[in-house]
Design a protein around this ligand. Sequence first.
Ligand SMILES: Cc1cc2nc3c(=O)[nH]c(=O)nc-3n(C[C@H](O)[C@H](O)[C@H](O)COP(=O)(O)OP(=O)(O)OC[C@H]3O[C@@H](n4cnc5c(N)ncnc54)[C@H](O)[C@@H]3O)c2cc1C
Length: 450
Amino acid sequence: MRYKSDVIIVGSGVAGLYCALKLPSDLAITIITKADPEECDSWLAQGGICVLRNEEDYQAYYEDTLRAGHYENDRASVDIMIRSSQELIEDLVAYGVDFERDENGELKYTREGAHSAPRILFHQDVTGKEITSTLLDQVKKLPNVTIFAHATMVDIIETEGHCQGVIALADPESPLGLASDGLMTNDGREICIMEAPEVVWACGGIGGLYEHSTNWPHLTGDALGIALQHGIRLRDPDYVQIHPTTLYTEEKGRSFLISESVRGEGGILLNDKGERFVDELQPRDVVSQAIFAEMEKTGAKHVWLSMENIPEEEIKDHFRNIYETCLKAGYDVTKEPIPVVPAQHYFMGGVDVNSDSKTSMQQLFAVGETSCNGVHGANRLASNSLLESLVFAKRAAVRIGKEFADTKFDPDLADSIDLAKYKDPASLFAAYRESILAEIERTKKIHEHQ
Ligand SMILES: Cc1cc2nc3c(=O)[nH]c(=O)nc-3n(C[C@H](O)[C@H](O)[C@H](O)COP(=O)(O)OP(=O)(O)OC[C@H]3O[C@@H](n4cnc5c(N)ncnc54)[C@H](O)[C@@H]3O)c2cc1C
């Protein structure tokens, strides 16, 4: 089947949704998403979202971001993110996002590891769900936006260095493929040509490539595999963040995150002998390395996280989701420490973009975790990700609005696409996976020798 829009956004996390909200309302926008719209990492974010509280905090916030990033951050991008944060938060509140407030109605701030001051807004420990569900509700109200769930981008349509749309596979239950009788894959999905003069990749991270990750398993970095095939520039793909604290379990599946704000609010890490072995408020990579070293020394499969210093009411209020999930797993965090282990969590590298989220290919943008504008350097500071995703998604939308009239589009191009090469998606995605992992290894070696 063929489907035409002005802009295609691939992904329904905060980056994709906010981009849709900020695009001109006279453009026909299509969002495709691999699973249900709610099944994205944005929905899982616990700790919160950073904001510049006041001018006095600018230097400290900037320095904390750089220090966590090993000073490899793109400084202009960091400045844009911090300077845009207050307006962004005001916009989220205007959309209906409910951040925690004190008895006078003033916003409350929490603190996480590597932050020198409390500057994180939150909604209990389900901040991501609060923001993403609000944005999704807003997008659903827009008459110019269509969302197709269970539709997976498998490639882009390219001509002479310009992007002209995507090839998507519609699952049997996806409304995208329902009315049609096009070519099918060998696993029962319809191959769809989705034409558009502007494409935005908002495909999230790469946790699905790892055995232990806090990410949804369907987030396999597909955009990166496609980028490698089309010669679209990547940046620092080996910069992968390991989160120090996920709940240890023998079971397979997504690792459950124990937010850094637990340590920010007083949670401590203990070894098998009940002794502390690291400053818990160091950046994530430092704490993860200390845990790995401790596990190697003692042969233990995990270390322990104790919330004994956090008042019970605060645990049950601020960390309700963590409290309830741990309880279901057999641990009462108000009474006993829980076993924790590091797991893959975040992707600092990605598709190389400029400060307007433009990739090295014309008419192709990348936003959110899939992209890399250098904000995070070699290691992300806690709670900078939602902010970065939103700030730079808006910049992509504004840029698209400005350049749309000048985009190039060839309506006959789709006629020449050989759809037969998409008939075996398992092999295609296996090839993407292999090429991404090889690129991660290649760039890791380069960084090691620098
Ligand atoms: C457990 C957890 C807790 C976190 N806590 C915080 C926090 O407190 N603060 C913070 O700032 N950050 C946090 N993060 C990180 C943050 O949530 C993410 O970096 C951010 O939400 C990424 O948003 P996104 O829109 O780029 O991607 P996502 O929200 O992951 O969305 C990606 C979308 O792309 C779609 N997609 C992927 N591939 C394809 C394809 N081939 N075709 C079609 N669709 C595709 C997916 O289906 C999904 O809809 C956390 C992350 C996790 C996992």
